[in-house]
Design a protein around this ligand. Structure first.
Ligand code: C5P
Length: 227
């Protein structure tokens, strides 16, 4: 079984989340979806009718909101003040607002502290955890022995996103998905605090021409030290 942290970073539509969950299951490790935490914070902001651009109001609200994400790779779960919100955090409204909320330094400070707590809890007893995000290798867990940065071409990422939307019952055309994915990645890559970026010691993995099973096989080799 895996000991320690596997840091998986990259933009959306690279297969990161699916690969992270399956890898964690295969390795008998926990799984932390840090994007889900930023999504729960964003859902709270939208439900409260707060403008995502109003940083002070966003910070005040998130400070008094309980954000929890489960670590079982077989049963992902997310909670806002104790209520399950797994489906609500994947809507296009949340997609549109999440980059503004996650760019606020105080929000990142709050959520990174919680992410580190979850990682300590999982690894303290000699266990492992696969952590999926944008800044895991650079900021959240720079000590991780394995960091992988997943990439894929814009077209492939858009296609995967709209296939995922369709599978989960949301309407979106490939063009819409492409615009949405590109806009979010641009915002995430250009923000001042913890932008989306590969750590200097990350392994780069282009998933454009790989199936999800091939991605997982490659990740398992790397985690095994066979990379
Ligand atoms: O991974 P996912 O697409 O669910 O992430 C949603 C958003 O949360 C990202 O677009 C980004 O703005 C933010 N995020 C982040 N840092 C992370 C994970 C996600 O800023 N570690």
């Amino acid at each position: 079984a895996l000991c320690g942290v596997v840091a998986l970073d990259g933009p959306s539509g690279t297969g990161k989340t699916t690969a992270a969950r399956k890898l964690a299951t295969q390795l008998g490790a926990g799984y932390l979806d840090t994007g889900a935490m930023y999504r729960v914070a964003t859902l709270a902001v939208l439900r409260a009718g707060i403008d995502p651009a109003d940083e002070d109001a966003v910070v005040a609200l998130v400070r008094r909101t309980r954000i929890e994400v489960g670590t079982d790779p077989g049963a992902p779960s997310a909670f806002l003040d104790g209520a399950e919100v797994g489906a609500e955090i994947r809507t296009e409204d949340v997609n549109r607002a999440v980059s503004a909320v996650s760019a606020v330094p105080e929000i990142r400070e709050l959520l990174v502290a919680e992410q580190r707590r979850v990682i300590r809890e999982a690894t303290g007893s000699g266990g492992g955890i696969v952590v999926d995000g944008r800044d895991i290798g650079t900021v959240v867990a720079p000590e991780a022995p394995l960091k992988v940065f997943l990439t894929a071409s814009a077209d492939v990422r858009a296609r995967r996103r709209s296939a995922q939307d369709a599978a989960e019952g949301r309407q979106s055309s490939p063009d819409q998905a492409k615009a949405s994915v590109q806009r979010r990645d641009h915002l995430d890559s250009t923000r001042a605090t913890s932008p989306l970026r590969a750590a200097d010691d990350a392994v780069l993995l282009d998933t454009s021409d790989l199936t999800i099973d091939e991605v997982i096989t490659r990740l398992a080799e790397l985690a095994d030290g066979r990379g």
